[in-house]
Design a protein around this ligand. Structure first.
Ligand code: CP
Ligand code: NVA
Length: 307
């Protein structure tokens, strides 16, 4: 029987499951010792087609921290779909491993893999989504603002994987998200439609503009990410021109609430999408966000394996 418990897109979960995962993540963070044997005897695979610091190390540390084992396979190791077809790799690894984390260029690769693998599959970033990041972001927001609060978030920058998962999760949880992107760099259209449908149900507002000042006016949180994502290096010159004026800097922060919090999924390119001053300021919660990747992913693993 194939497992249908995956985290490939935020839309794999409803609001109830997300709330259960966030609640578990807070518990795991507070009482890590209570979870130290939960994955005993289970071996996980991490296939990463792109580099990583946070996703790789937080999954490894989290799985070891719960008594499981991990095999990391980097860009030079498995070569999904190049050395061998994805479905063949998936069927072989299915005989060895209890679950997988996949970081791929194409979202389709993960969807193809899941057809042939029984255990849970977690998207560790694709071209379309970064669901683990969004969960850690909302865990951090809950810590900062409380579980009942509905802070307004503005995302300034590229309509990329990070923004796609953020708007889906915001819409699911009833949180308003404003985003400002340059023209032709808006979020994925299909994702946007899904997010708007979720927002209609939860009563939240997902609003896009090309003007960063309009997006940040009076907001509680400003979020940004790199302008050139992994795999887009050849677009660098073009994107640097398109994103001029989209920097999260001291002047932009003045248009938000006085004690606005600043988020960045990292890695950051200081001097491009965010200034060094803002990264190091009292507004920044980027390292709490990074830490929470560990706790939320432990909760995701526990949730997917038990449900
Ligand atoms: N934020 C994030 O996913 O970082 P890595 O690319 O280092 O894993
Ligand atoms: N949008 C970035 C996120 C990195 C965590 C990328 O895909 O490279």
């Amino acid at each position: 029987m194939l497992n249908h418990n995956h985290l490939i897109s935020i839309t794999d979960f409803d609001a109830k499951r997300v709330r259960a995962i966030l609640a578990l993540a807070h518990q795991v963070k507070k009482y890590p010792a209570q979870y130290r044997n939960k994955l005993q005897g289970k071996m996980f695979g991490l296939i990463f087609e792109k580099p990583s610091t946070r996703t790789w190390i937080s999954f490894e540390s989290g799985i070891f921290g719960m008594g499981g084992g991990v095999i990391y396979l980097g860009p030079e190791d498995i070569k999904l779909g190049i050395r061998e077809e994805v479905k063949d790799v998936a069927r072989v690894l299915n005989r060895y491993l209890a679950g997988m984390v996949l970081r791929t260029f194409s979202h389709q690769t993960i969807n193809e893999f899941k057809k042939y693998f029984e255990g849970p599959i977690i998207n560790g970033l694709s071209d379309v989504e970064h669901p683990c990041q969004a969960l850690a972001d909302f865990m951090t927001i809950e810590e900062q603002f409380g579980k009942k609060a509905k802070p307004v978030i503005a995302f300034i920058g590229d309509g990329n994987n990070v923004l796609n998962s953020l708007i889906l999760l915001g819409a699911l949880l009833g949180i308003d998200i404003h985003y400002a992107t340059p023209k032709n760099h808006e979020p994925n259209l299909a994702v946007l439609e899904q997010a708007k449908a979720l927002a209609r149900k939860s009563g939240s507002k997902i609003a896009g503009t090309n003007d960063p000042l309009e997006a940040v006016r009076g907001v509680d949180v400003i979020y940004t990410d790199v302008w050139v994502s992994m795999g887009e290096e050849s677009l660098r010159d073009q994107k640097m021109k398109a994103f001029k004026g989209m920097q999260v800097n001291e002047a932009l922060l003045k248009h938000a609430k006085k004690n606005v919090r600043v988020m960045h999924c990292l890695p950051a390119h200081r001097g491009e999408e965010i200034t060094d001053g803002v990264m190091e300021s009292k507004h920044s919660m980027v390292f709490d966000q990074a830490e929470n990747r560990l706790h939320v992913q432990k909760a995701v693993l526990l949730h997917l394996l038990q449900s």
